[in-house]
Every structure is written in C-alpha cells, then in structure tokens.
Design a protein around this ligand. Sequence first.
Ligand code: GCB
Length: 610
Amino acid sequence: ACAAVFCGAATADAQAPAAAVPGVAPQMVNVAGRSATTLNGRWRSIIDPYETGYYNYRRRPDANGWFRDRKPANAQELIEYDFDQSPLLNVPGDWNSQQAELLFYEGTVWYRTRFERALAPGRRLFVHFGGANYQARAWMDGNELGMHEGGFTPFGFEVTDALEAGTHSLVVKVDNQRHPEAVPTVNSDWWNYGGITREVTLVETPSTFVRDYTLQLDPADPRRVRGWVQLDGPDSARTAVTIRIPRAGLSQTVTPDASGRAVVSFDARRLARWSPDHPNLYDVEIATAAETIRDRIGFRTLAVRGTQILLNGEPIFLRGISMHEESPYEARRAYSTDDARTSLGWVKELGGNFVRLAHYPHNEAMLRAADEMGVIVWAEIPVYWTIQWENPATLASARQQLGEMVTRDRNRASVALWSVANETPRDANPAAGPRITFLRNLVAHVRGMDNTRLITAALEHRYVGRDTIVIDDPLGEVLDVIGNNEYLGWYDGSPEKADSITWRSAFNKPLVMSEFGGDALQGLHGPAANRWTEEYQARIYQRQAAMLRRIPMLAGTSPWILKDFRSPRRPLPGIQDYFNRKGLISDRGERKLAFYELQRFYLELRAAHP
Ligand code: GCB
C-alpha cells in the first residue's frame, strides 16, 4: 500500500506514534454495483498551508493532530481548530472552484464528515474514494486508516475493526502539492485541482466477498468469454461463484483455487458484439450465496492488422477528440454521469466515435457513459513530459496508477487503448536510455494485466529535411498503436505548412494523430491570418484535414481539444486568462467555428467509411 513516493516520510519519524497503520485495502471493483451508501455531501474543511494539523512546532507528526476532531472539554482547554465551525466544501468536487481563495491553492486541506453506522457481526465495511488529488491520508474516529498517492485513481480502506456503534468521524487530509518525483511531475499544462474530487462511498460486504473480476472475449478464440473472479475473506477458497447473463441465458458456477481466484470460461456465440453503432451491453450478475454484484458489460474484440485497427474483426477509423476532465459548462473537475453524457454527446455531434481521455484516468462515470453511448476510449496515466525516469519511487508510482486504472476499467468495452505516456523526451541514446527502460517497464506491466486491449503512447516526431516528418521513437517497437502529437499551424509554422508535409513512420502499425490544433478565443472574429481568432483556428483544422487524408497509416485522430480548460501556463490577459484556448468549445460551452470544421471532416469520413 505504501508503494508511492512520500510514504514513510512522516511515520518513520522516531517521535511518531508506533501504532501500525492498516493502509489501502486491495482494490475493489464496481462499487456502484454493490450494497453501498454514499458519503457525498457537504464536508467541513480547514485550509492548512503549513500542515499545522499534522506536524508540531518541531515539524514532527503530532499525536494530537486535527485528525482527532476534538472539542475543548472545558473553557480552559486550548484547541486551535474546530471542524464544526469551519467552512463547508462539496464532496465530490475540487476545492479550487468552490472558494475564491482556493483557486490557485496548492497544499493541504482537511476534510471532515460524520456518519452513523453499526455493523452486524460477520459483515465488513470499507470507505471507498473514487479519487483525491494528490495525497490523501484518512482517519476514522482518530485512528489512521492509511494513505494513498495518485490523484486520479480509486482507493479504499477497511474500517470493519475501527467501527464501534454510533457516530463516526472521518477525517481526510488532502495535499495537492506538486513534487518533482511525483506522477505527474511539477510541470503540466492543466490545472492542479485539489480535493476529494470523486465520490466517497461506504461499501458493506459479507465476510467473504467478490473483490475483483474480469470478463472479456478471448482474443485467441472470440467464441468464448474468459476471465476470473477474485474473492476476499476467510472462506475465499470455499465459496462458489455464479456468473449469470440472463438475457443470453448464460449461467456458470465456478469454484476458486486456494488463492480465492475462480477461472471463468463460457460460450459467447449468443452474445451480440459491442460497437459504437451498436453499443450492446448485457446485465451481468456475479453472485455468491451471500451477495450479488450487478454490472453491465459489453463484449468485443480488438486487434491490429498492419496499419489498421480492427474492432470485431473489421477495420475502424477512430474519429475522435481529446478532452480533460472538466465540466462541460464550468471550469471545474467533472465527476457526474450528467457531465459525462454532455461531453460525450458533443463528441457524437462532431460525428465522432472516439475520445482520448487526457492526461490521466477520468472518473468512472465517464467510462460507463462511453460504454452506453458507444464511444471508443483512449485512457492514459499522467506520465507526462519530464518524469524522473531514473527514480525507482517514480516508476513505482506510475506502475501503481496504471494498475489501479486497469483494474478499475478492464470490464469497460469502450476502453480500447491504454496509453502509458504523453510527449516524453527521447533519451540521448534513444534505444537504451532511462526513459525507454521506464516506459518499457510500464508496457510490460499493462500487458501482463490485460491482453485484450491495444497499448499506445503519444510520441514526438522529428524532421528529416524541410518537408518530411518521421515517427521513429524506438518506444514504438513495443506499442500496438503509435500516437503522435503535432502542432503544424500553431507551434510549428503556419497552417498552410501542413500542405507540403509528408509523414513517414518507422513502424508498420496504425497511427493515431493524438493531438493537433490551436487556440482561439470564442467570439473573437477577424482575418484568418490573425492568431487567437476563431477564423485562424478553423483554418488550422481545414489544412489539417487535407493533410491527414494523405497519411496512409492513419487509423484515427483526437485533436486538441474538445473544450477550453484551465491552465496555469496560460496567463495572456483578455485572451487566455489562465485558460488553454485550444477548445472547439469555450469554457462556458459555446461552439467555435473550428467545431463545425472538424464536424464536416468527420461526417465526410463517416460517409466514406461507415
Ligand atoms: C501538448 C500537450 C497538451 C498541451 C498542448 C498545448 O502537446 O500534450 O497537454 O495542453 O500541447 O496546448 O500546448
């Protein structure tokens, strides 16, 4: 549980209380399909830039920290905090968009909620967090539950033993400070939204419960579904599990091995395939005598053949768009099904069938909406720009975040591509430097966890001569699909420069142009020669469309980006005002001309390759 970067820094201190901290529980999937109650709502919060609630004046962990959630016993006692009198913050939600003084804040905020709960004997209880950025440390009734690092993946703590009857205090210290060795590192082109940004849930289970499972068409024999169910608890090796897909008349009972894992394999010929045009999902039940978990799962195959991507054996062109996890109409983190449906509705309106969820795992509601609406997904981890390639703790954190993402989402038919990196700089020795060693490690890790999807990364390219660009980053050798970001017309020459460019690839593999585009302020009109106008941005998309049609190995596009998003790197007054303006849609949801330009391109592509 303590795999990540700063683990131990505080608890290893000689002055710290010696009590063992239980730590993050093994990851539980499909929280929404279980017996659960929400802890979403208004939580008390204290801004703590100096971490006074955690460290004493000698900067040692304070056994009397604010996690004790105390009140003075009498008028003489000195206690300098009071959750009951402190401001409220919405959970889920980033803190930056909730209080003006938190817009640029990076540091610690303490959260506190209270709830009533009694647990029947033989039952277990977990507190599950969909995500908190970046480090979250939790206490229940003053006892430390553990700590999680990584801002975009789920985690949970078992509180079965911590629980006495009555009212409970749950305190979470969330710290979004950036660190050079973290993933992402200190430099990125998006807002460092802090807080408990995703849902918090209390999940009750039987003493032995279904913790994890995967069910996928077997890539080697797509007439069969293969997978496994992982049990957790004292009777794991003796608990039979039944998998049912009632609409297809399927039911199979399996028994686990000594480790509590039961292998599943059944005939899939009656299952209609999932695709963007027919997003077939089946109600699936995974049941033991003590519980039934419900999911909705789609079945499809993915493969590559030369430079084509095959979905269910047929070539498919990915007509996509990139997006950040921001709400469609406001500059804040998105977390809800409504947010997801609106954004994916825009993807469909563009004529798209594909979305790149940049640059970190988005919330689970997004993946479920993509499943339902038939949008193919590129999912990625925040291995972005200049990660500390030689730091083992950085690699451990990247592996942990990748593993948590794959575990959470591997039953989502929409997810087709796992991306391990974005725009990482080539090594001086491109074939054997620390960066390629790091990234190969991630590719091996994800392949070991999931052999039913394609692996990619957004690479950089280089010029060989004035008009020829080649993609030959040696990382491409271990990828299934090559991603490439290019900014012809914005960072690289004029929009017309694209007219004379020839693209070459060192790999006989599908290419996805994972970024291109340029900025425009919505409502700013003028000559197409002038930067920041809607006309200039539309001109980039026109010239790009003409160029992209000439690239033989092209299998998809996800230009940058669906919607304007907050970025601390973009201060230009009156134009950017701390927004990256490459959106086809403004931060308030208004379409720019380029939206219709890309729509025209995608509708033509769709007509040509339905
Ligand atoms: C990129 C990055 C993306 C940036 C974008 C930009 O190449 O991958 O995160 O936001 O360029 O606008 O510069």
